[in-house]
Design a protein around this ligand. Sequence first.
Ligand code: PEP
Length: 244
Amino acid sequence: MDKLVAGNWKMNGGLASNRLLLDAFTPVSGVDMLVCVPYPYLSQAQQRTPSIALGAQDVSEFPAGAYTGEVSAAMLRDFDCTFVIVGHSERRALFHEDNATVARKAAAALAAGVTPIVCVGETLAERDAGRVMDVIGAQLSAVLEVLGVAAMARIVLAYEPVWAIGAGRSASAEQVAGVHGAIRAWLATRGVDAGTLRILYGGSVKPQNAAELFAIQHVDGALVGGASLVADDFMAICRAAAHR
Ligand code: PEP
């Protein structure tokens, strides 16, 4: 299975700067490329970069109705979104999304035919307290409870240690290998047929560390924040993931 490299622009961009960035994103063979843009730019990205998969950074847990400010998964499908990030640590911390909400968002996405990229990961305090898999296990359990075993195999997971996001320094190869292996084992123990379930790593992925990260067992791609706003860097990360 090819690796998936997903860019998360967060709340960055503008029509003019997006144009330059999107024009520089060209498909690389042997890797699945995805760009997750702010909602207002979905149409621009859809038209400008049709050869690269398109995603959003959040989705409503509700299908339609009186939910001012929300965007449904069906609306994302209208713009050819095939993926949506749910449970990013910024949404969990800044917008108080709990595990159950994240799980319901993942279910709403799947119901509309959009693959959720469910972010999990621990804070530094949780790591220092030796609670990494307690925290991730609780995050995963909430999703498994809502989706069930069969649908769980249809999502993408992103392991994003909170302390490595935007920090400039990624988790070490040993730390990444340990958690990705533990997540695979966690899924297997619960009967999830995770053969095609991809586990991305996210947290300060850059051209300089991409090859080392993609060489780690059970790292099936990357969720890239800051470096996805620099065309040369994002393309270099995609090339590092190709045919791995
Ligand atoms: C992210 O936003 O998911 C992320 C991993 O950011 P960065 O690559 O900038 O650390």
